[in-house]
Design a protein around this ligand. Structure first.
Ligand code: NAP
Length: 254
């Protein structure tokens, strides 16, 4: 019996990277997965095709986050897709994964850059979480994708990390709110993870990045997606409101 048979999941930003690996893993466990994306329809279709090739079930939802009406658009696409795929509007697992990076020196930060990071990485997940609670049965799962930068300093990512810090607060406070419904809410925090960006093809950069974690290899998206799948399963029912370090020990230092 697959661990997530009969369940439904929304993975925001699952056209690529960690989101794609998570969507694939949840589908492999039996969940019907809403593959969400913003612009990259080809990549989203590739995720969908990969799931279907393995015999899994999924559908696409397009919605740009961080713009007015974002959560409305996503929710409408989600509920329409759920109805078509399963005959009902019920979501068991929400993975708030879609995010934008900063990479801006502290002296170059602007209020506009800050507002965008907050809008995509914190505000959209908060109101999406609020919205999907109306269709989430007891025993649901909410998993927020944070970052090791919540515990590891990088001045060029101060605004990004602030936005992820705000996201992490959703886990703490909603975990308490939703405990009586047996819904768990947690933050999974990756370290540097190969998302197909060109930097991962540069040998010197690869060596540097690999040396940041305890295992001395580049993290692949599946390393994080598998942790998310565990938290989504019944085996993780007693874990809530917590920060799960999925950085391969980057935070250990050395
Ligand atoms: P990625 O490969 O850059 O992909 C980003 C995904 O999010 C894509 O599916 C993209 O959709 C979607 N997305 C981006 N901006 C969006 C917006 N405004 N509205 C809707 N969707 C949007 O991502 P990743 O590197 O795997 O990272 C996934 C998550 O992990 C992010 O929250 C990131 O902050 C976090 N994280 C990543 C790393 C890392 O090293 N990779 C480390 C720590 C934390 P399109 O394809 O349509 O653009």
């Amino acid at each position: 019996m697959k661990r997530l048979a009969g369940k439904t999941a929304l993975v925001t930003g699952s056209s690529r990277g960690i989101g794609r690996a998570t969507a694939l893993r949840l589908a492999r466990e039996g969940a019907t997965v809403a593959v969400h994306y913003a612009d990259n329809a080809d990549a989203a279709k590739a995720t969908l095709a990969a799931i279907e090739e393995e015999g899994g079930r999924a559908f696409l939802v397009r919605a740009e986050l961080g713009v007015p009406g974002d959560v409305d658009t996503l929710f409408q696409g989600l509920t329409a897709g759920l109805r078509e795929a399963t005959g009902k509007e019920e979501l068991n697992i929400l993975v708030n994964n879609a995010g934008v990076m900063g990479g801006v020196k502290p002296e170059d930060l602007t209020p506009e850059i800050f507002d965008r990071l907050i809008a995509v990485n914190a505000k959209a997940p908060l109101f999406l979480t609020q919205r999907v609670l109306s269709i989430m049965p007891d025993g649901g799962r909410i998993i927020n994708i944070g970052t090791g930068l919540l515990r590891y300093a990088n001045p060029d990512e101060v605004a990004y990390s602030m936005s992820k810090g705000a996201l992490d607060q959703i886990s703490l406070h909603f975990a308490r709110l939703l405990g009586p419904r047996n819904i768990t809410v947690n933050t999974v925090s990756p370290g540097i993870t190969n998302n197909g960006s060109p930097i991962f093809d540069v040998p010197e950069a690869r060596e540097f990045m690999a040396n940041m974690n305890a295992f001395k290899r580049i993290a692949e998206p599946e390393d994080v997606g598998d942790v998310v799948a565990f938290l989504a399963s019944d085996d993780a029912r007693w874990i809530t409101g917590t920060f799960v370090d999925a950085s391969g020990g980057t935070l250990l230092g050395g």
